[in-house]
Every structure is written in structure tokens, then in C-alpha cells.
Design a protein around this ligand. Structure first.
Ligand SMILES: NC(=O)c1ccc[n+]([C@@H]2O[C@H](COP(=O)([O-])OP(=O)(O)OC[C@H]3O[C@@H](n4cnc5c(N)ncnc54)[C@H](O)[C@@H]3O)[C@@H](O)[C@H]2O)c1
Ligand SMILES: [Zn+2]
Length: 551
């Protein structure tokens, strides 16, 4: 589906919802009524008076057909537009159809309020006769059979615009929004929609052996430049190369020493030189085969060499599958700080072979689960319940369940990134749940003590305590979260850590008032919010309890 069309009776909030949803997706909002008014140069009441309903419908039809011929548009239609069969054909050809519903009494009330607020002398036709409510009932009943053709109906009677949009968000990950060559593929976890195109995200058992075939399906013909580290290479490079070879794709490989130390400008320079030797051109594709270090480094090179090469992520660690491979953040570290030099650069395709987790060391696997559990906590209650109820099978890497859970976790990251590619709309920030304290802990211990996911687990525990103390997070959530984290062998405290250093790393000292920190807190499982008014004294108290200084 290229577009979304919102239908429904007057007074159901179509225009406002269309604008908010367009904002959410980074699409264009079009309001057909407003566009008709603009083209006619007069208000709707006058168009009806001067040109008759027919005149209005003609312009409306034109506007709607033009709108549906484009892509990435959220179109709010006038309440009667859908009655015209030509309009319906135009909508159904390219759009996902959503109907906003409300009872006649609610509609009447809303229209009356609107009329009052507008202070306009021109009364809208629906309200001008003797029995407006009766007219609304009658007209709505006439249109109802056609409204019910929508793919999805939202009953708005008891909802604010914000609540409608929230319902939307839960649902929108399931709307197929663009054409790509993996439609209908059962390994497809999500599609990341970005300003530079859409990126199919695949996860399945044994996909590395099918890499060549998947590349061809995605239109990637080669040559490809595979970058991997020296731990992953002996395990998966052979299968990847063989599959590429069988598909007739020319491939070259660069291997670097495993570890964060290699995520540097120096390694990037070595890869540049290697590409130059092979006379790599812009139409070639860089492939990151490995964990997050490989993905970040290769993505950075892909973004910069030749001002941008093709890029595919083949994540082999759990952290890279559910987190690092999706979202287009690429970077290398500088001595001053991690990830200091980088670029947003979206991959063209992500292929996660879940079977690769069988060789990932246990500690790395558990830290990866921390981010997947986080995805459930912030946005997906059913996913979190799966961690609660099926931990044994997940810990045993039972193929079907593990694949399903990873796909769902990837889909959440993909959805958040699609809504907020550059972290400017306040959505992507939710992924930072547990990271405020987590980053502080990592930095205070010089990245030598905790793996990232472990620090995040402790950070989530701290954030849940803070949320509970502020009356935002329900108390039982703290227990449920703790139980799951412990089940996945993740730490929920940091005994003996140097709290001054943690506080300093979090800029929590007296000068930097705590209000500058933006906390992600849970309102419930699957529902998160941000707050920047957490008192520094409360944060310090919670840190002390995590470090075991307070009983
Ligand atoms: N770009 C992003 O949005 C983003 C998000 C999160 C983390 N990151 C970055 O990712 C990095 C951490 O990711 P990571 O934990 O994957 O690091 P990593 O790439 O260093 O992988 C961890 C270790 O596991 C090994 N390994 C990977 N897959 C394996 C497999 N299937 N079997 C056996 N061993 C395997 C690697 O060789 C490495 O030794 C950090 O640099 C972090 O900054 C980036
Ligand atoms: Zn993280």
C-alpha cells in the first residue's frame, strides 16, 4: 500500500488524525476538503450555493484521484467522498482504508462545539435544518454500508485525537506500506521506511546459507565487499561466500581482529585502502557479517567510501540482530568517546540468521536479550509476556520461538526508526529506556566491567524504581521486570560501583541540575513516557540502593 486514506462521517477527527499520523510516519498529509476550498477560492458552503453539490464533487474527485496517485500520503477525505464509486476505485488501488467511527449523538455534539468555536456566521449545512441530529442519523445510516468497506475501523467516541493516534501506532506496524521484493516472504520481520527508501528486515533459521538468493531477490548483483571479524569468519564466512558464489555474485572479503578496539578510524582506513585496491565502485555493496562492531564499522565505511556504497547488514550477534543492524546509525570510536564519528546511513537489506546464535557466547547472548526485553517493556506487552512465560524455550534457543521473538523485537525497532529516523520526533528516544543509568555505569567502569546490555539491565531496574517512586510505574511491574532480567542472567544491581564516577558520567553533579536529563519511564508494561523533571536527589538515592549502600 502506498497511501493511507481516512474516511468517516464529519466530526470524527479525520483531518487532525491524518495530520498526526502523517507526522508520525514522516509522510505528507492531504485534506481533500481543504484542497477543494483552496482550488475554488471560496468556503464549502459557497461552493454548494454557487456550483451545487455536483460542482463540489467534481473538484473533490479530481483532488482525491491526484492524491491517491502519489506515495507516502495520508489523505483525509470529506465524509461523502467514499460514496462515489470512482473515488472508491482510486482509494482501493493504492491505499489502506481507515474509517473513523462515532455515534450520531457524539458527532452532533462535536459539530456543535466546532461551530461555536469557529464563531462563523455561516452555519454548516448539516446543522442548519430543523432536526440536525435526525439528519445526521439518516445520512450516516445511508453511508454506513460503504464506510464498513474500510480495512480498519476505529471507534472514536471515547477517544481523544492523541488516543486515536496511539491506537494507530500499535496497529500501523502491521500495515504493509510499500512495495518491495519480499512481500509475502515468511522470513520478513519488518520494513524500515526511511527518507532514503525502504529496507526489508529478514530473520530466519539458516539464512546465511541462502544469502546469495536473497541478495538477487533484493536486486543486489555484486560485486559485494564482505567485512567480518576473525571470530565470525571461521564460523560463517565460508557458508556466506559459497552462497554468494552459487548465486553468481562476485565477492571479496576483509577480516579484522574481533573487538571494540577495531571500531576505529584506523580500521576504517584499512578498509578504504582495501576497497581502493579492488577499484570498488559506488554500485558495489558493502556487507557487514558479524556483531555490532562489524555493522557500525562497515556502515561507516559504506556511508563514506565513494560518498556512499550499497550496504547490507548480516548481523550474527543478538545485540546486532535486535538493535544495531536496524536504524542506520553507523560510527567508529575516538579515544575521547565511543561512536563520536559517524553518519546516519540506512542499509538496503538486513538478513539475520537466527541459527548463528548457537555459537554466540552465553554472556553476549544474554546482553542481547536485555535489549529485546526492553522493546517489550517500552512498546509491546505481549512480547514481554513471552519472555515471562517462555523463558526456558528462549534460553534453549528453540528455533521457532526464538525466531518469532527476534522478528517481533526487530519489528519494534524498525517501527520506531520508521517513525523517527533521525531522533527528532521524540519517538526514538524511548529506546533509551535503561540507558541513562546504563551509559553512566559503562562509562564509570571504563567499559571494562559490564557489557552494554548488562548495564542497561541495571539501568532499567533503576528507571523502574524511579518511576515507581514518582507514582508513574506500577509497583508490580518492578517485580515482573526484575524476575525476567534475573531469569536471563542479567544483573539488577551494581554492588561496589564508584557512585561519584557514575553521577559524574551522568552529569548529575550539583551544577548540571538533573532536569537536563530526559528519563524514559514506564507507565505500564508496553507503555513508556519521557520525563525531564526527575529530582537529582531521587536519582542519587536510587543509585545508592542499586550499589547496595542502602538496605
Ligand atoms: N548502530 C547502533 O544502533 C548500535 C546499537 C547498539 C550497539 N551498537 C554497537 O554494537 C557494538 C556491540 O555489538 P556486539 O555486542 O554485537 O559486538 P561485537 O561485534 O564485538 O560482537 C561481540 C562478540 O561476539 C562475536 N560474535 C558475533 N557473532 C557471533 C556468533 N554468531 N558466534 C560467535 N561469536 C560471535 C564477535 O566476534 C565479538 O567477539 C558496540 O560497538 C555498540 O556501540 C550499535
Ligand atoms: Zn542499547
Amino acid at each position: 500500500m502506498d497511501n493511507i486514506v481516512i474516511t468517516g462521517f464529519s466530526g470524527t477527527g479525520k483531518s487532525q488524525v491524518a495530520r498526526a499520523v502523517a507526522d508520525l510516519l514522516g509522510w505528507q498529509a492531504i485534506d481533500t476538503d481543504a484542497e477543494v476550498v483552496r482550488r475554488a477560492g471560496m468556503p464549502i458552503v459557497r461552493i454548494f450555493q454557487e456550483r451545487g453539490e455536483e460542482g463540489f464533487r467534481d473538484t473533490e474527485r479530481q483532488v482525491l484521484q491526484e492524491a491517491c496517485a502519489g506515495q507516502r500520503r495520508v489523505v483525509a477525505t470529506g465524509g461523502g467522498a467514499i460514496m462515489d464509486p470512482a473515488n472508491r476505485r482510486a482509494m482501493e488501488a493504492t491505499a489502506f482504508l481507515v474509517c473513523l467511527e462515532a455515534r450520531p449523538e457524539v458527532i452532533y455534539h462535536r459539530l456543535e462545539q466546532e461551530q461555536k468555536a469557529s464563531q462563523s456566521p455561516e452555519v454548516r449545512p448539516l446543522l442548519s435544518g430543523p432536526d440536525p441530529l435526525g439528519r445526521i442519523r439518516e445520512l450516516k445510516a445511508q453511508r454506513q454500508p460503504v464506510y464498513s468497506l474500510a480495512h480498519w475501523t476505529i471507534h472514536t467516541d471515547a477517544l481523544s485525537i492523541q488516543e486515536v493516534v496511539r491506537a494507530w501506532r500499535t496497529f500501523s506496524s502491521k500495515i504493509p506500506t510499500s512495495q518491495h521484493s519480499f512481500s509475502g516472504n515468511s522470513d520478513l520481520a519488518a520494513v524500515v521506511e526511511t527518507s532514503t527508501g525502504s529496507c526489508p528486515v529478514l530473520a530466519g533459521w539458516g539464512l546465511i546459507r541462502r544469502l546469495g538468493e536473497l541478495f538477487l531477490q533484493a536486486g543486489i548483483k555484486g560485486p559485494v565487499y564482505v567485512v567480518t571479524d576473525d571470530r565470525v569468519a571461521p564460523l560463517y564466512l565460508g557458508a556466506a561466500e559459497q552462497s554468494l558464489h552459487e548465486a553468481g555474485i562476485e565477492s571479496h572479503t576483509f577480516t579484522f581482529p574481533a573487538g571494540e578496539k577495531s571500531k576505529s578510524l584506523q580500521t576504517a582506513t584499512e578498509v578504504y585502502a582495501w576497497l581502493a585496491q579492488r577499484k570498488a565502485r559506488r554500485d558495489g555493496t558493502m556487507v557487514a557479517l558479524g556483531g555490532g562492531v562489524t555493522g557500525d564499522l562497515t556502515g561507516f565505511v559504506a556511508a563514506t567510501y565513494n560518498r556512499g556504497m550499497g550496504f547490507v547488514q548480516v548481523p550474527t550477534s543478538l545485540a546486532a540482530m535486535v538493535d544495531a543492524s536496524i536504524g542506520g546509525k553507523t560510527a567508529v570510536d575516538l579515544p575521547a568517546a565511543k561512536n563520536l564519528v559517524g553518519a546516519f546511513y540506512q542499509p538496503r537489506l538486513v538478513v539475520a540468521d537466527v541459527a548463528a546464535l548457537q555459537t554466540l557466547p552465553k554472556r553476549e547472548t544474554m546482553e542481547g536479550w536485555a535489549e529485546a526485553i526492553k522493546h517489550g517493556l517500552i512498546l509491546d506487552a505481549p512480547l514481554f509476556r513471552t519472555f515471562e512465560e517462555q523463558s526456558d524455550a528462549l534460553l534453549a534457543l528453540e528455533p521457532e520461538l526464538t525466531t518469532r521473538v527476534i522478528r517481533q523485537s526487530m519489528a519494534i525497532k524498525a517501527q520506531v526508526v520508521s517513525e523517527d529516523e533521525r531522533e527528532t520526533r521524540g519517538v526514538r528516544v524511548l529506546l533509551n529506556y535503561g540507558h541513562t543509568i546504563g551509559h553512566g555505569l559503562e562509562s564509570a567502569t571504563e567499559y571494562g566491567h559490564y557489557l552494554h546490555g548488562e548495564a542497561v539491565a541495571i539501568g532499567m531496574t533503576g528507571a523502574a524504581v524511579i518511576g515507581a517512586r514518582l507514582g508513574i510505574t506500577p509497583g508490580d511491574l518492578l517485580e515482573r521486570q526484575g524476575a525476567v532480567l534475573r531469569r536471563f542472567s542479567l544483573p539488577v544491581a551494581c554492588p561496589g560501583v564508584d557512585l561519584d564516577r557514575v553521577a559524574a558520567a551522568m552529569s548529575l553533579d550539583k551544577k548540571a541540575v538533573g532536569s537536563s536529563l530526559r528519563w524514559v519511564l514506564l507507565e505500564d508494561v508496553g507503555r513508556s513516557t519521557t520525563r525531564n523533571d526527575v529530582p537529582p536527589s531521587l536519582v542519587e538515592e536510587v543509585l545508592e540502593s542499586l550499589a547496595g549502600y542502602v538496605a
